[in-house]
Design a binder for this molecule. Structure first.
Ligand SMILES: [Mg+2]
Length: 235
């Protein structure tokens, strides 16, 4: 299982590019960029509140719903996988793993990111908190993800950048967890979660899981079972 934002796709450069385009489009000074980035709080500030602050500062006068839609469309539509991430997803599946994206957020926004990035064809299942009805770290969203991928949680791994939602959440349902630690992350974590592995990129996380489970495809051996530790036979 993997988180989406800042795990599969790094958001900061995409947000910065959106902010640059927005400032130029409304004729606002480009040196407002750092202020805009600060106001965004890494995407964790409620969107309407962030956009209201931005509209007030730049004099951008459109209805809040229109601004919200255009912001979401532009930012989500810019999501792309790096070649390294794409290759890592393919390597995981070639080793016999099922991959489920487990992401918190509005269904429309997260779906647009998944479509724009081409993720849909590279994973087995997608779980978005709004459509599931609960968000990470709630156990139900992880159980739902495993079920949609046709797997059990026994032997499952979660890859994510958020210690509370991703790491503590996954460990709470018995999965192991790799923390993709981002140097731009300024969140304060409260769960006290201790990840099983710590890395700095999605591709590194996949390699770490394959190494730990003895599945790196370097020996020419056959792929192992989809979810190591289960009684399910390899496909
Ligand atoms: Mg994340």
């Amino acid at each position: 299982m993997s988180d989406l934002d800042d795990t599969l796709v790094e958001r900061p450069p995409l947000f910065r590019a959106w902010a640059e385009r927005f400032l130029a489009s409304v004729g606002a000074p480009a040196d407002l960029l750092d202020w805009v980035v600060e106001q965004d709080h890494g995407g964790h500030r409620p969107r309407r509140e962030f956009l209201a602050a931005l509209a007030a500062r730049t004099g951008y006068d459109v209805p809040p719903d229109v601004f919200l839609d255009s912001h979401n469309d532009a930012l989500s539509g810019s999501y792309r996988l790096t070649e390294e991430t794409r290759a890592a997803l393919k390597e995981a599946r070639a080793a016999g793993w099922s991959v489920a994206v487990v992401t918190n957020g509005p269904t429309s926004v997260q779906t647009a990111k998944i479509e724009a990035s081409g993720l849909a064809e590279l994973v087995d299942a997608v779980c978005i908190s709004e459509e599931v009805g609960v968000a990470k770290p709630d156990p139900l969203i992880f159980r739902t993800a495993a079920g949609r991928a046709g797997e059990s949680l026994d032997g499952a791994w979660m890859l994510g950048d958020n210690l509370d939602a991703d790491i503590a959440g996954a460990q709470g349902v018995g999965a192991r967890a790799v923390w993709v630690r981002r140097d731009y992350d300024r969140l304060g974590y409260t769960s006290g979660a201790e990840p099983d592995l710590v890395v700095t990129s999605f591709a590194e996380a996949v390699r770490a899981v394959l190494d730990t489970t003895g599945q790196r495809a370097t020996s020419g051996s056959c792929p192992g079972p989809a979810w190591p530790g289960t009684s399910r036979p390899p496909a």
